[in-house]
Every structure is written in structure tokens, then in C-alpha cells.
Design a protein around this ligand. Structure first.
Ligand code: S3P
Length: 179
């Protein structure tokens, strides 16, 4: 195997982490997991229900447990939830255990991709744009702090973004252009 066996995709809601991740895993012959799906499978309820019953703090705790377990896998392409980097211990685990790929996606593109999504509690607000902008201000530096590779997904298809990640993984320094 001439590629890293643990690849962790980070970035905001609507970045395409799951679709790109699945495609990357196929191309690399690695297993794929999505930490949100993993949590849903374990709890038997959807993400909005977890937020309703346990609040965001309860969800973050479950998310951290998922990240701790999933980063122990020897081989994995992992798509994470957009808020994964808000827990410092998650940043430590992801940064230490694998190659971290930040799918940079500006708010305009996120809005177009998330539309009227009912499955993302943080977007059930009067003004999703303002919410996404505030999250980006808070989280973009956290994504960058642990990223080995940064890919600008603007205007890209799932196929082209996956191809660019694959190319960046082949580079010795592992870095693409800084968006
Ligand atoms: C969240 C993003 C979601 C999910 C949860 C919270 C966030 O994942 O983990 O709704 O804090 O940005 P996606 O990034 O896959 O939408």
C-alpha cells in the first residue's frame, strides 16, 4: 500500500465529506465509516433526536466516543461531522492518528448543498446563512490547525474532489494549494 491507511475528512456541513469519503475509500480499497452514521447506528435514533433529548453537549460526548473508537481502526477512510473539531480531544486524536483532509467549503456553497435539510439541528434556525457564517469563523482555524491537506471543494464534483484528494495524498508533502 503506497497511501496512508487512515484518512480523516473534516470540514463544515455540506462539504461533501461522506460522498467524497465513500468514493476515496473505493478508490483506495479501504473501509469507509461516517461518524454520524456510526452514532445513529449505535443509539438507534437520528441526530435531531439526540440533540432534542441530550442537547448538543450529549451529542458531542457520543461523537467523541465514536472518534476514539474509530481512530483505533488500522485502515479507514473516516467522514466526520462538521463540529468534530470543537472538542479538543478529537483534534488531538485525528491529528495524531491519521492524515487529515480539510474539505474547505465557503458558506455560499454550503447553503446550496444543504438546502432545506431537516436532519441538521444546527440549521433549524430562521437564518441558516448567519449560523453557517458564525460556525465558519469559529471552526475554520480549528480545521486548518489539524489539516495535512486542504482541498477547496467550490465548483468541484464529488469525482473531481476525490481525484484531487488522491493526487494530494501521493505528494510527498501531502499539501494542495491553500484556498
Ligand atoms: C454538525 C454537523 C453534522 C452533525 C451534527 C452537528 C455540526 O454533520 O454532526 O448535525 O456541528 O456542524 P455533517 O457535517 O455531516 O452535516
Amino acid at each position: 500500500m503506497n497511501h496512508p491507511p487512515r484518512i480523516y475528512l473534516i470540514g463544515p456541513m455540506g462539504a461533501g465529506k461522506s460522498t467524497v469519503g465513500r468514493r476515496l475509500a473505493d478508490a483506495l480499497g479501504l473501509p469507509f465509516e461516517d461518524s454520524d452514521r456510526y452514532i445513529v447506528e449505535r443509539t438507534g435514533v437520528d441526530i435531531p433526536t439526540i440533540f432534542d433529548i441530550e442537547g448538543e453537549a450529549g451529542f458531542r460526548k457520543r461523537e467523541h466516543d465514536a472518534i476514539r473508537t474509530l481512530t483505533e481502526r488500522e485502515e479507514l477512510v473516516l467522514a466526520t461531522g462538521g463540529g468534530v473539531v470543537t472538542t479538543p480531544a478529537n483534534r488531538d486524536l485525528l491529528g495524531a492518528r491519521g492524515i487529515v483532509v480539510y474539505l474547505y467549503t465557503p458558506v455560499e456553497t454550503q447553503l446550496a448543498r444543504t438546502g432545506k435539510d431537516r436532519n441538521r439541528p444546527l440549521l433549524q434556525t430562521e437564518d441558516p446563512r448567519a449560523r453557517l457564517e458564525a460556525l465558519m469563523v469559529e471552526r475554520d482555524p480549528l480545521y486548518r490547525a489539524i489539516a495535512d491537506i486542504i482541498i477547496d471543494t467550490r465548483g468541484g464534483t464529488v469525482k473531481s474532489v476525490a481525484r484531487r484528494v488522491l493526487k494530494a495524498l501521493e505528494e510527498p508533502a501531502g499539501q494542495e494549494t491553500q484556498p
